[in-house]
Write a protein that binds this ligand. Sequence first.
Ligand code: PHE
Length: 343
Amino acid sequence: MDQLLQQIEQYKQEISSVVPDGAEALEAYRIRFLGTKGIVKGLFAEMKNVPGDQKKEFGQVLNDFKQLAEGKYEDWKNSLGGAATGKSAAIDLSLPGDALPLGTHHPITLVRDQIVHIFGRLGFSVAEGPEIEDDWHNFTALNLPENHPARDMQDTFYINQNPDWLLRTHTSSVQARTMEKQKPPIRIICPGRVYRNETISARAHCFFHQTEGLYVDENVSFADLKQTLYFFVQELFGKDVKIRFRPSYFPFTEPSAEMDINCRICGGSGCAVCKHTGWVEILGSGMVHPKMLDNFGIDSNKYTGFAFGMGIERICQLKYRINDLRLYSQNDVRFLKQFTGAV
Ligand code: PHE
């Protein structure tokens, strides 16, 4: 035991006299003192030969020695780390932090927010519903009974049949859900993602975004519909925008109309986007079919309403001249980072 203590004393002196040198000398030191076959391990192995009553004292000395050997190693290593990078090993708190790259809003989000804001000013609140819908809310309640040919207007992804579960083809399903719960006056818009089974190309995608709207109250007329939608496009595209309505058909509105605006790309002179007509369709609309109101226990003799629905991608295309629908979902940063500010 005394011999061991003496030896430890010698090692201590050796350690304190070592002058830290380069990485190689450090590694040699580590192997000699701290390696798996090194001095510290070796001394611990001697423990079993120390008489029982001296084990405690020896253990203490050994632990102190181990800490000394390790401490030397850490200090040495830190001093080398600093030298290698040419900086002090201590953290320089005066340095500026790493800048976090900030993302940008997706153009669909920007346009959706603006649509929500404009209608918000007219008293419309946002309503939401599930993307996986049942047949009733997506079709039947909207005056599209089974086998109705108008169901083919929207190619549907079915998740389950009998009972039918599907990916909603429009956010009119949210209008249905709202009328189920709420009595007039109702003034909502329903932004959200919708799905249709279409081959993906520059002009079609299997999913896109809509904002639909619904207004039900006493004395709501087609003039209200027209004025509301005219105000909306003026706010969105500028006061110079022109509109026109064309008669159309939707099972849940009667009469129905599609609304066009003069092409924002060519200004009306004719281009590929407006198919050389000078006009671009931006939404479907109409007076809520009385049968729909009755489906939800709303007295169609007392109340009337209008509804409309638009594709956000189309509005975005006209605002930003985006000519390929696929760009919206490819997540290409070169495309996305162009949309930095408010619309
Ligand atoms: N739901 C229709 C569509 O997706 C749009 C629409 C909504 C038309 C409300 C009229 C009234 O095509």
